[in-house]
Design a protein around this ligand. Structure first.
Ligand code: DHB
Length: 403
């Protein structure tokens, strides 16, 4: 394949594999600095836009969308949330982020972040190729890496780049380009998954509700005035088809029930999916002329909504080092990427893992495990240090400065 004939050859400073938020935000940041990119993705724009993903943006990430000129739609259509509710032992406990750490988050779904970024690329004349296939990334250990792909019309294209970025998600093929004997992969599997639904109903609570119960975890999130997003802990081999609406509502209601009589507003379930997850990090995040960003390099369990925010932080650092690497500093500037990105990655790995084990009930857990967990939850909401810890981690950390 590598020597096969191609129909077109183009040169660009940076080629990006993956047109999710990480890939498109990187292209946007580089474009603003006058650096052209070509971004490719096997998925169509429609597929990406209609796949439900996370819903929470850190305030800093929301501000970046506005300040870097992507769009100010988040300010008009997003909702600022100044806290969350933790429910356990049948009681609600509100954590006031504003009061505790002076920060907030934005409810603004990843699909909207993607749409804003894709529209900004269109508006700014950036090149993004959706729906491509047979992607090959070649010569990443040289100063002249290449990307080859086939467009939906059957034409084969080659891009000659100085740098390639693998922002190709949790099933990344780019990360496999780091040779097996030179990469380290660490991670953890969980004995549960999330059952995610979209339901047509009014919101049940003003803010997100993270619920612990002896029956398992549930998360009550939102999308619009009439559509809500909810999740509940299920077995990783659960099948979404086995769950008629009645069974879904019965399960969710049982997990949020309590002495305050709290009930969810029910309505038709529009979509249901079983979401499996794990904790994972691959190092190095840079190999020769290639860097990995976002889920391609690391994934976190969804509890605490760190994944999208972490990916956006990666590309903020990466844009900065790539701009220097393309200037007089040369390739050595890329050495800064991993150390600057990794501190936040491991903070987020820890927080996502911690919040997952805090709220989920492991299959086969003993009565001691359950009581201990309630003790931990009481320590979180009942001590100032506990409340501030969760608030600070949930709302994000400052951007890593140059080392
Ligand atoms: C959503 C997802 C999360 O994982 C989370 O922690 C909060 C909200 C959501 O999809 O709305």
């Amino acid at each position: 394949m590598a020597d096969a004939v191609v129909d077109t050859v183009a040169s660009v400073p940076v080629a990006v594999i993956g047109a999710g938020p990480a890939g498109l935000m990187l292209a946007h940041l580089l474009g603003r600095a006058g650096v052209d990119t070509t971004v490719v993705d096997t998925r169509t724009r429609h597929e990406i836009e209609t796949t439900q993903r996370a819903g929470i943006l850190e305030a800093d990430a929301a501000r970046d969308l506005v300040d870097t000129g992507v769009s100010d739609r988040v300010l008009r259509e997003g909702h600022e949330h100044e806290g969350v509710e933790l429910r356990f032992g049948g009681r609600p406990h509100r954590l006031d982020f504003k009061q505790l750490v002076g920060a907030s988050v934005w409810l603004y779904p990843q699909t909207d972040v993607f749409t804003d970024l894709a529209d900004a690329r269109d508006r700014d004349g950036g090149t993004v190729r959706f729906g491509i296939r047979d992607t090959e990334v070649l010569d990443v250990t040289t100063r002249a890496p290449r990307v080859r792909y086939t467009t939906p019309d059957g034409a084969r294209h080659e891009i000659r780049a100085r740098y390639v970025v693998g922002a190709d998600g949790s099933r990344s093929m780019c990360r496999n380009l780091v040779p097996e004997d030179r990469r380290v992969r660490v991670g953890k599997e969980y004995p549960f998954a999330w059952f995610g639904i979209m339901a047509e109903a009014p919101a049940s609570a003003p803010e997100l509700v993270y619920a612990h119960s002896e029956h398992g975890f549930a998360l009550i999130s939102q999308r619009t005035e009439t559509v809500q997003r909810m999740y509940f802990q299920c077995s990783p081999d659960e099948s979404a088809e086995a769950w008629p609406d009645d069974r879904i509502w019965e399960t969710l209601q049982a997990r949020v029930a309590g002495e305050d009589g709290f009930r969810l507003n029910e309505g038709p379930v529009l979509e249901k999916t079983v979401l499996r997850f794990r904790s994972f990090v691959q190092e190095p995040m840079r190999w020769g002329s290639m860097a990995l960003a976002g889920d391609a390099a690391h994934t976190v369990p969804p509890t605490g909504a760190r994944g999208l925010n972490l990916a956006l932080h990666d590309v903020k650092v990466l844009a900065d080092v790539l701009l220097r690497a393309l200037g007089p500093a040369g390739e050595a500037a890329l050495d800064d990427y991993q150390p600057r990105a990794l501190q936040r990655i491991w903070r987020a790995q820890n927080f996502s893992h911690w919040m997952t084990q805090l709220l989920h009930t492991p299959p086969g857990g003993s009565p001691f495990d359950l009581r201990r967990q309630l003790g931990e939850l009481d320590n979180v909401v009942g001590t100032r240090a506990g409340r501030s810890y969760l608030a600070e981690q949930y709302t994000g950390w400052p951007v890593a400065s140059q080392g």
